[in-house]
Structures are given as structure tokens and as C-alpha cells.
Design a protein around this ligand. Structure first.
Ligand code: MF3
Ligand code: CO
Ligand code: CO
Length: 256
């Protein structure tokens, strides 16, 4: 399928869905503490999305995914499944990835937390990964090419001797959760598709402390680093505007 250009009516719905997804992450802030299980976080998020937001948690039953959010702890890169057994402890790092559907449109966003007292190096991995996302976002405007975005992310990660996960990428988003284009987090300048006003897509770099190779666990979902070193990820849903970008999943702590 071709890349879809959203109409003004669709963009307004994407704004609403994006805002709701961001609000779930803001709501979760006070709950991400040592002693809570990832299943409890899932159930708090699920109830909030379904009852308070009257929206749909997109991951639930998506291609068989069993829960409403993804919770990826330490060496889990993405798509971690919440469970009662996974209890957050001091020094863990966690990514929570929230996708909501409101009025048929998707908003997709994730952020990192350090649980309790940080271990050496973890805050830096998390910060550089967020800078990778922000550097990618800053390039978004009509005429920028996807390879430009991948390149700036890869340069920043590798400058700090981290590696960029190749096996998973960002994606177009709208009525469909994952649509074209694929948004790679590595690449060469002046290559790939040109951005156009009205496109909506995610940028969601996964950056590893060690090597970039991944391994899929036997549950068919959980993706881990092959070398079991730490991985971080941040994600936003972005709209290409006439002269730049709008971050549809912006949280209040962020200023774009
Ligand atoms: N939210 C993830 C993304 O950023 C996708 C999760 S799919 C699931 O694209 F099934 F694992 F939930
Ligand atoms: Co996504
Ligand atoms: Co996501």
C-alpha cells in the first residue's frame, strides 16, 4: 500500500488519540516504583484507557499479544509482556509502550524510567536514546528523507559507543497500527522516501549498550539483546506539517 496522507479531519482524530496515549504515560509516572509488578502496571493502564478515556488499548489481542501495554525491563528491547512475576526492583530500567485507539485512530508512544536508585551508566543510555529521538524529530519537515532521520539517530548513538537495533523500526500510523512507511533508525543521508505534509508516523529508536543483535524469546513476543546488555527506547507519533512537525504524543514535561 502507498503511504497515506491524512485529511484535516483525520489529523484532528490523530491529535486526540496521541494526547490520550501521552496522558497514559503521565498517569503511570507515580506507579513506576520498586515493588510493583508489570502486570499491576498493565492493569492500571488498561482500566484508565478503557474506563477513563473510553478508548481501546491497541496491543490487546493485536496479532495475539495478550496484554494492553508493553513493559520492557533492562535487557528487554521491546514487546515485553506484563506478568505478575516481574516485580520492579531498585536500579531496573523500564520502557512502557502505550498505544490507544480513539475514534478509530491510533496514538503510539513510549518512555523510559529508572526504578529507584540508578545504576552507573543507565541514565546516560536513557538520555542519549531520548536525544536520538529528539534529533530525528527535529529533522521532520516536507522534503526531509527517511534516510536523513535514520542517519542522525545512528550517528548520535554510535558517537556514544552504543548500537542501533536493526530488526525493529518506526512506522506509519493512522487507522492502521503499523502502516507504511518503515522508519529505520539507521541509514544514509539523502536516501529513502521524502516526507510530505500530512504524513503521520512514529520514530522509536531502540539503542543498546552492547551489540545491536536481537533474540526473540519462546513466548513469540519478548525481544531481548543477544548479549543481555541493557537497551533503551523512546517513541513519539509525529505529524508532518507544512513547515515542520507536530509531536502528537507530546507530554507536558516536553517542549517542542
Ligand atoms: N507499540 C509497539 C510499537 O511501537 C507495538 C506493540 S505491538 C504489541 O510499534 F503487540 F506488542 F503490542
Ligand atoms: Co510504534
Ligand atoms: Co509503541
Amino acid at each position: 500500500m502507498q503511504v497515506s496522507i491524512k485529511t484535516p479531519e483525520e489529523i484532528e482524530k490523530m491529535r486526540v488519540a496521541g494526547r490520550l496515549a501521552a496522558e497514559v504515560l503521565e498517569m503511570l509516572d507515580e506507579h513506576v516504583k520498586p515493588g510493583i509488578s508489570t502486570e499491576e502496571l498493565n492493569s492500571i493502564a488498561h482500566d484508565y484507557i478503557v474506563n477513563k478515556q473510553q478508548a481501546i488499548p491497541a496491543p490487546l489481542n493485536y496479532k495475539g499479544f495478550p496484554k494492553s501495554i508493553c513493559t520492557s525491563v533492562n535487557h528487554v528491547i521491546c514487546h515485553g509482556i506484563p506478568t505478575e512475576k516481574k516485580i520492579l526492583k531498585d536500579g531496573d530500567i523500564i520502557n512502557i509502550d502505550v498505544t490507544v485507539i480513539k475514534d478509530e485512530y491510533h496514538g503510539d508512544t513510549s518512555k523510559m524510567w529508572v526504578v529507584g536508585k540508578p545504576k552507573p551508566g543507565t541514565e546516560r543510555l536513557i538520555q542519549i536514546t531520548q536525544e536520538c529521538l529528539y534529533k530525528g524529530i527535529e529533522l521532520v519537515k516536507p522534503g526531509t528523507r527517511l534516510g536523513d532521520i535514520g542517519h542522525v539517530i545512528q550517528q548520535h548513538a554510535e558517537k556514544h559507543r552504543y548500537s542501533v537495533v536493526r530488526d525493529y523500526c518506526g512506522h506509519g500510523i493512522g487507522k492502521v497500527f503499523h502502516e507504511e512507511p518503515q522508519v529505520m533508525h539507521y541509514g544514509k543521508p539523502d536516501t529513502g522516501m521524502e516526507l510530505q505534509e500530512g504524513m503521520t508516523f512514529t520514530i522509536e529508536p531502540m539503542i543498546n549498550q552492547g551489540k545491536y543483535q536481537t533474540k526473540l524469546m519462546a513466548d513469540g513476543w519478548t525481544v531481548v539483546t543477544k548479549d543481555h546488555k541493557l537497551s533503551a527506547q523512546w517513541e513519539h507519533t509525529i505529524l508532518v506539517t507544512a513547515d515542520g512537525y507536530e509531536v502528537l504524543t507530546k507530554r507536558s514535561e516536553e517542549s517542542f
